[in-house]
Design a protein around this ligand. Sequence first.
Ligand code: BES
Ligand code: ZN
Ligand code: ZN
Length: 469
Amino acid sequence: MKINLIEKNIKKIKSDIEIIITSSIEKLEDKNILETIGFEAKDESVALLPELKKIYVGCEGNDYDSVAIAASTGIKKFNSTKFKSAKIVLEKLSLKALVEGTLLGSYTFDKYKSKKEKCKKQELNICVDKISSKLQNIFDESIIISKAVNKTRTMVNTTPEDFYPGVMANVAKDIADESNLHCKIRGEEYLEKNDMNAMLSVGRASIHESKLIHLSYKPKNAKKKVVLVGKGLTYDSGGLSLKPADYMVTMKLDKSGGCAVLGIMSAIAKLNLPIEIHGIVGAVENMIGGDAYKPDDVLTAKNGKTIEVRNTDAEGRLVLADCLCYAQDEIKNIDYIFDFATLTGACVVGVGEYTTGIMGNSTNLKREVVSHATEAGEYATSLPFNRFLKKTIKSQIADISNMASTRYGGAITAGLFLDNFINEENKEKWIHFDIAGPAYSEKAWGYNPYGGTGAGVRMTLEFLKNIQK
Ligand code: BES
Ligand code: ZN
Ligand code: ZN
């Protein structure tokens, strides 16, 4: 889908069809027809009038969600026709929501279909009275952001057979080449030499070598330093604490945090942000086998802390523990350190499948992150740590256990586990994003398709864009 921003009256633009987003049919010239066909301008309602060459889309609010969902609804209808070009008038709509709703809503993934959807080369012309530099900027940024989200979705959707740690590392290299980033890939020898025994153990039963990916972007005018760490479990079978069959399906999603980090890194150079940004991904496959790590093992992480393994399915926190240590050993004077992970089923139970759980030690930073998430069109909510939940991850034989002694508050106890691997000076600079719910869905919602959604990408880019202000 190609989108153009055009400074012209809509009537003067030649397009095959017009999309009209509206909250009411009362003042519309086609009111009678729309009434006849029962179109009520409700959210997610759409009417195609092919003879009049119009698509009407209902939209009850003017917020990001309503407009992006309406854009997505309209564009899907347009995509289902043979019309090549469409036009829409911006008027009071948010340009960001319109562009992102269009590009995110028209995403498809047909890598594994023998009948590919034909590349239709459709285009959308957005008509505005005047293209100010501010508007042009919003337009350009929204396209970059949407592309990063769609890139992330495609990585997540790719099967574990085709996307194992080595492939993830190659994708990172490609992103680095395209975007002028520096890229370091480390294998198991490095993990062993550098005492990253927690991460190393998780991948031990896999035939695929674990990879530590480190991308960096260092512009000359950098004002801040940000580190993004991602859980890149290219498959999570649960390990010896094997997942039941029904729960294992979809576990290719467990690389979503790492994919989000790669997606974000693919956009930052294009956005020209004056920030030094590091993207670190622990790419690992959690499998079973004679060499598998076991419940009862005690692992030593890079910072020397010992971890009692009580469940090999709580593997993400082990990988992240070492990646967080690596990040803080390698990078000094960090301003923000964020980690992204499909870490717990408990987070999905707690806040629902559409919302990211935000955890950390700074109330202000958590509030800021949640607010940027909302601005970016993502749902996020803060989950509070407390001293009593902290006690539940104590171990009798090691420094800490990888599983809490209580069944309750699993998202928070996982967050508290990670806190053990955050250095004192970074405590208030750290945020943990549990994206287990929104990262992947087996039913499409709003402008999100079946499968990977790219959760975390838009909210983080929004945060980064606003950092210097
Ligand atoms: N990758 C899963 C979490 C997950 C579950 C993500 C559902 C997306 C959807 C993670 O590695 C896991 O299995 N966590 C366990 C932790 C438990 C064993 C302490 C969980 O959530 O059950
Ligand atoms: Zn697991
Ligand atoms: Zn996992």
